[in-house]
Design a binder for this molecule. Structure first.
Ligand code: SAH
Ligand code: F3S
Length: 499
């Protein structure tokens, strides 16, 4: 539904970071499309939304580079608004610092404040007829000036002024709703059909209550808030109506779902409700945290046919001294006990984990203990990152004493060991038949193949057979013919037994 008479424009959303950010960007996209705005490339857009990530330094630097480029573009263009959201938005102090450094940012917004977008666009954006768009790549070249038109008749609530030529000048103001002005809530708009994919994200817990010493997330995303089951059911049904066949439930410590809700429904309760949705074929979830995961929860998940057999359960390090400095809240013995329990109660489940190497004070011995732990547990997938100082966190006060070259050596050592283990785990799947949910056509090295995932979250590729009408969202039986550490390759078997 197009809800307002806001002049239409073009938008571009730039997203980096985790699945939560991707889910948030989809919601923003839905709001803008509802307003009749059209998606376009960054160089043509009237509204550029940067959805940022602060978990490590590299994605933050990318955003800083883009902001610097956009500043130069904005000096030449009157029809460009810049909005910033995601993890770079923290408390007021962070926003103040950013707006001082980048006065051309027009809107700072947390995802829960996204319903400000219509009002923001109404008050801040006036289409300028004939306005040329500057290509960001060529922004240093001379470009024709935009033709000014009279500003729209609006009553500005935010600081807005017009310069002598009558052109609308967008003042560098951050829009931060006053306390009590609106009830902040996660936007429930869903991207329109045209963008619907068979897989969709469903954020169920926002924020995080832990205080891992290296991590910026709690400072930027706030305290844990679970979304009520009713709201999630409505959103899940809408996603399924629009074409989603698989939902991935998102949260930083997802088993904490419901602890803050009346009646304390838990993750398994939510999954049971979601399982009733007709047309929904698969349910996934991430990220797990060992201390909140109960035996009862695992047993119930294992018994639900729609819940896929995969857990991402970050360990971060294998030595108790490192874990203590990280303030992860468990010992390695407790972690391993949880893994044993998961394997006992849900033997089909594949496991992935996250590791940080080169954390403050990580000795060679500590690192070796982490490597040994990984070799002992044998995860299907290990996501490994070199420690990156995040200003504002507890660990930022400590010396970042592992040189970059050493961090890289440790990172490669984990990757090498894991490549060997993953291949050993995947190899026995050759000859088996896997249920694959088809996601998209993948074209690389001149080959056109379907790409999808099996139930245990392994990437599977298979050639598009001529005699079968396969489309994204279908569940197809694939006989595995080849395995690598990262994916499986096979052929669709004649009779689909999964519908
Ligand atoms: N909620 C998750 C982690 C969210 S952050 C958990 O319980 O672990 C996603 C991943 O980014 C983390 O698992 C960690 O491996 C990595 N990460 C977070 N902060 C980091 C930092 N300062 N440097 C390097 N990697 C980091
Ligand atoms: Fe970060 Fe630890 Fe929470 S890694 S997101 S503070 S569980």
């Amino acid at each position: 539904m197009t809800t307002t008479n806001i002049p239409r424009g073009k938008y571009h959303i730039w997203t980096v970071g985790c699945q939560m950010n991707q889910a948030d960007s989809q919601r923003i996209q839905a709001i803008l499309e509802d307003l009749g705005w059209e998606e376009t490339g960054m160089d043509q857009a009237n509204l550029v939304v940067l959805n940022t990530c602060s978990v490590r330094q590299a994605p933050e630097e990318k955003a800083h580079n883009l902001l610097a480029q956009l500043k130069r573009v904005k000096e030449k263009r009157d029809d460009l608004l810049v909005a910033l959201m995601g993890c770079m938005i923290g408390k007021q102090k962070t926003i103040d610092e950013l707006s001082k450094r980048y006065p051309h940012i027009d809107l700072f917004m947390k995802v829960e404040q996204a319903d400000i977008l219509p009002r923001f666009l109404e008050e801040r954006w006036t289409p300028i007829s004939g306005a040329g768009c500057l290509d960001i790549e060529f922004m240093d070249n001379e470009q024709p000036a935009a033709t000014p038109v009279a500003p729209a008749q609006i009553t500005p609530t935010f600081a807005t002024s017009f310069n002598r030529t009558g052109k609308r000048t967008v003042l560098p103001m951050a829009i931060v709703p006053k306390p009590g002005e609106r009830v902040a809530h996660y936007p429930t708009n869903i991207p329109p059909q045209a963008h619907a994919k068979p897989t969709a994200w469903l954020p169920i817990v926002l924020g995080c209550n832990k205080v891992c010493t290296y991590c910026i997330v709690p400072y930027r995303r706030g305290r844990e808030r679970s979304r009520p089951i009713d709201e999630l059911m409505v959103e899940a049904r809408t996603l399924v109506d629009k074409g989603a066949k698989e939902l991935t439930l998102l949260g930083q410590t997802i088993e904490a779902y419901g602890l803050d809700l009346p009646g304390q429904p838990n993750l398994a309760d939510l999954m049971e409700s979601l399982s009733e949705i007709e047309g929904l074929k698969r349910i996934r979830f991430m990220t797990s945290y060992p201390r909140h995961m109960t035996d009862d929860m695992i047993r119930r998940m294992a018994a639900m046919p729609k819940v896929c057999e995969h857990l991402n359960i970050p360990v971060q390090a294998g030595h108790n001294d490192t874990l203590k400095r990280m303030k992860r809240g468990y010992t390695i013995e407790e972690y391993c006990e949880r893994i044993d329990r998961v394997r006992e109660l849900w033997p089909k489940a594949s496991l992935s984990t996250d590791i940080i190497v080169g954390f403050c004070g990580e000795t060679e011995e500590e690192f070796q203990t982490t490597l040994d732990m990984l070799a002992k547990i044998r995860f299907d997938v290990v996501h490994v990152a070199a420690y990156s100082v995040r200003p504002g966190t507890v660990a930022a006060r400590w010396e970042d004493d592992i040189p970059l070259a050493e961090k890289k050596r440790r990172l490669h050592a984990v990757e090498e060991q894991q490549a060997r283990i993953a291949l050993e785990i995947n190899q026995p799947l050759v000859g088996s038949i896997e249920e694959v949910m088809v996601e998209e056509i993948n074209t690389s090295r001149g080959l056109q193949q379907w790409k999808g995932r099996n139930r245990t979250n392994k990437l599977v590729f298979f050639p598009a057979p001529d005699d079968r009408d396969i489309k994204p969202g279908d569940l197809v039986n694939v006989r595995i013919e080849r395995a690598t550490a990262w994916s499986l390759q096979g052929c669709a078997v004649a009779e689909p037994s999964f519908t």
